[in-house]
Design a protein around this ligand. Structure first.
Ligand code: MN
Length: 129
């Protein structure tokens, strides 16, 4: 079972993400602030992190940079949740070290497939030559 860390301060978004992920067999851990998210990411090393950008303390970009600067965090998959309206956020997320991004609002019909695109291809041995 893959573990997903959702770093998200909006209760409705967190609920929706958790619901979709758990319904599809993922284990979900969560944090509602950037600092708590960094701590959980480095302690648990989840299979993938969904990172909101606007958070109450440090934002998702800074949280991503802090995760990336730690040895345990350099290889983690971090997918930013960026607002469709904030076009600059996508470039900033990639520059901060995010693996990719998914635009909010979350679309329940496409969310899982969008997220799964970011899993390490090398994590699936069957795909290695
Ligand atoms: Mn937020």
């Amino acid at each position: 079972m893959k573990t997903i860390l959702v770093i998200e301060d909006n209760p409705e978004n967190l609920y929706l993400s958790r619901f979709i992920l758990e319904q599809n067999g993922y284990k979900v851990i969560s944090a509602e602030t950037g600092l708590a998210g960094v701590d959980l990411a480095l302690a648990k090393k989840p299979d993938l992190i969904l990172m909101d950008i606007q958070l109450p303390d440090i934002n998702g970009l800074e949280a991503t940079r802090r995760i990336r600067s730690a040895p345990e965090g350099s290889d983690l998959i971090i997918v930013a949740l960026t607002s469709y309206a904030m076009q600059g956020d996508r470039d900033k997320a990639l520059k901060a070290g995010c693996t990719g991004y998914i635009e909010k609002p979350i679309n329940p019909d496409t969310f899982l497939a969008q997220m799964a695109e970011h899993f390490h291809p090398l994590a699936d041995d069957s795909k290695e030559i």
